[in-house]
Design a protein around this ligand. Structure first.
Ligand code: PGA
Length: 255
């Protein structure tokens, strides 16, 4: 992966008709082959649409990923999808540890470590999410929380061997889908803390080059403010990516 990334997480939105229209709209806004070589554009639709998206953007600079994967490669896990399956239909990325997965599906750090292991083993790039709740921030536990989320999940082996295949998305839970984005200063402070944490685990060089994205109410109106800071290497976008024009405006702000 590049260390500059704009990623759109659709979550559980869009019908099939809306999903196919969206692909056409993205293609009409920008010739996808003329996208920058330096900024990765990633789309994370629901599982059902991944095959369609992988085909629609085949051999282009748009990369497709899944919003989650199971930690085993296969097995009797009704309703689940493995990293192996995701890779086999042409997707290249996966989001792991999104706060909605942690909150509603009880995904905890030791499970997320296994999911990352499986994703990397099957050749997927990983966007690993971390971030504190409002209560944790109010209690001044935000740094401890994020440090734990990183240290319990990303081993020195992963960070050494896969530093170009993992990005971290810092997403304060209180800023997700609320319209209350973290200030650029709050984001930068945490991104620097994340880099220091990576540096503790491996070394300063890897920490400096590591892709650290911000997520939480990013929109066209506030994107450039984040991206003007060298510690913010892009964004993981929810609500604003559902509109192809807003999504591409944010992408342009990164260039
Ligand atoms: P949001 O979501 O942009 O709607 O706040 C971000 C995310 O959940 O990744």
């Amino acid at each position: 992966m590049n260390n500059k990334i704009i990623a759109g997480n659709w979550k559980m939105y869009k019908s099939w008709q809306e999903a196919t229209k969206y692909a056409d709209e993205i293609k009409s806004i920008v010739s996808v082959n003329e996208l920058s070589d330096n900024v990765d554009l990633l789309i994370f639709p629901p599982f059902l649409y991944i095959q369609y998206y992988s085909d629609a953007f085949k051999n282009s600079k748009v990369h497709i990923g899944a919003q989650n994967c199971h930690n085993e490669s296969q097995g009797a896990y009704t309703g689940e999808v493995s990293a192996n399956m995701i890779r086999s239909i042409g997707a290249t990325h996966v989001i792991i540890g999104h706060s909605e997965r942690r909150q509603y599906f009880n995904e905890f750090n030791s499970l997320l470590e296994k999911k990352i292991h499986s994703a990397l083993f099957h050749g997927l790039n990983v966007i690993y999410c971390c971030g504190e709740t409002l209560e944790q921030r109010k209690s001044n536990l935000h740094f401890d929380t994020v440090e734990k989320q990183i240290k319990e999940v990303l081993s020195s082996e992963y960070l050494n061997d896969y530093s170009k295949k993992i990005a971290i998305a810092y997403e304060p839970v209180w800023a997700i889908g609320t319209g209350k984005n973290a200030t650029p200063d709050q984001a930068v402070e945490m991104h620097q803390f994340i880099r220091n944490t990576i540096s503790d685990i491996v070394n300063e060089k890897i920490a400096k080059e590591f892709a650290v994205l911000y997520g939480g109410s990013v929109k066209p109106e506030n994107a450039s403010e984040y991206f003007s800071n060298a510690d913010i290497n892009g964004a993981l976008i929810g609500g604003a990516c559902l509109d192809p024009n807003s999504f591409m405006e944010i992408y342009k702000a990164m260039n």
